[in-house]
Design a protein. Structure first.
Length: 182
């Protein structure tokens, strides 16, 4: 009789741990979705930005092409490749910074209303990406703690729960948000 009670308690505790792991995994997936949405918004803004700059800085073709190339590369990375996406997005942020630096050489571009609106939109999106990144990294941390901690690591291993990568930028130069104020 006591053995059955102990067995029932062990099973109930395992179910509790399993449900906690499922919740943590879902939170990490939801958080990644939030990052993905913000990165998509930024990627959708870039063609408008490029078209606006093209009219004023036609001879800056290399910079414009590099931004488009990096945008396309970032969009092509599979959803599960967190480290690859972080690296590509960091390079894109650097290229956008160079693009906005061009505006200093073109006063008419700097004064263009459409360009100013695009700058403000990008600045807002960059802030939202940063918030989404923090939320995702927190959710990934919570899942990783559960996957590695005893006794939940026993349940995690048994049911295939895996650690999540953090959305980090490896190069310190990539950490800088593009300067969009003039």
């Amino acid at each position: 009789m006591y053995l059955l009670i102990i067995l029932a308690l062990v099973i109930a505790y395992a179910v509790y741990i399993y449900n906690g792991l499922v919740k943590a995994r879902q939170m990490a997936e939801e958080a990644w979705s939030g990052i993905d949405v913000q990165l998509k918004r930024r990627a959708d803004l870039i063609p408008n930005l490029i078209e606006t700059v093209k009219g004023y800085a036609a001879h800056e073709k290399d910079t414009l092409e590099k931004v488009v190339e990096l945008r396309n590369r970032a969009q092509a990375i599979p959803a599960g490749d967190v480290a690859g996406r972080a690296e590509a997005e960091g390079m894109l942020s650097q290229a956008l910074g160079r693009l906005f630096a061009l505006a200093e050489a073109y006063p008419d571009l700097k004064a263009n209303q459409n360009f100013a609106e695009l700058q403000r939109s990008l600045e807002t999106i960059e802030g939202e990406i940063q918030m989404s990144r923090r939320y995702y990294n927190g959710a990934a941390r919570d899942l990783n703690v559960k996957v590695e901690s005893f006794p939940s690591n026993l349940v995690a291993g048994k049911f295939g729960f895996e650690k999540r990568e953090y959305f980090e930028i490896a190069d310190d130069a990539d950490r800088a948000v593009p300067a969009v104020k003039f």
